[in-house]
Design a protein around this ligand. Structure first.
Ligand code: COA
Length: 167
């Protein structure tokens, strides 16, 4: 009999490229996490990131086809447990190509079960296959949950600082 207390990472679920049919669940998870519904934003991201059906590790694709943008979901059957979005960017701010993580979210009832870790590892694996050996992200200083998560995954303060002013 399955252990109901098993970590999600020990249970059966898969990480794959997000599909159009996943987006309503992504929107629902993000709305629950941030209390700020932004359906248009997620639909636009999906359009830009995953609407072309290529996959870096898909052997049916010509080797010259490289995918640099990834919108991934962790699923248990048709249920989306979490998502992560990132892309490889080159030479911005003088930086050699590296992976950037823009967003991560795990369904509230599924947290602290390893889903965030599995999503990050899946994205990092795709970054490695795209040829980069560094991953970066940005987060709000007072977001201790996201900070704890990324620190637990081995991420540390980098060499850049962010500047801004009111316009
Ligand atoms: C951050 C987040 C993605 C983590 O997902 P998760 O599936 O719970 O993470 P994991 O179970 O893989 O946890 C990995 C590690 O992160 C750290 N961590 C996770 N949740 C934590 C918490 N509530 N407090 C402290 N550390 C925590 C732990 O070190 C954990 O390792 P451990 O289980 O061995 O202790 C999830 O909490 C989330 O979606 N939060 C809201 C995100 C959000 O608001 N996004 C909008 C801005 S991008």
């Amino acid at each position: 009999m399955a252990n109901p207390h098993a970590r999600q990472s020990e249970r059966k679920y898969s990480v794959r490229l997000a599909r159009a049919t996943d987006i309503p669940q992504v929107i629902a998870i993000d709305t629950e996490n941030t209390a700020l519904p932004k359906a248009e934003y997620w639909e636009d991201l999906f359009e830009r990131y995953n609407s072309r059906p290529t996959e870096l590790d898909d052997d049916t694709q010509p080797k010259s086809v490289k995918r640099y943008r990834f919108f991934l979901v962790a699923c248990d059957g048709d249920t989306v447990l979490g998502f992560i979005i990132g892309e490889v960017r080159a030479w911005e701010f003088g930086s050699p190509p590296c992976g950037w993580i823009f967003a991560i979210g795990v369904r509230a009832g599924t947290r602290q079960g390893g889903v965030g870790h599995i999503l990050l590892e899946a994205l990092n694996e795709r970054f490695r296959k795209a040829g980069v050996n560094k991953v970066r992200t940005m987060l709000a200083r007072d977001d201790t949950l996201i900070m704890s998560f990324f620190r637990s995954q081995g991420m540390m303060a980098g060499p850049f600082i962010q500047l801004e002013k009111d316009l």
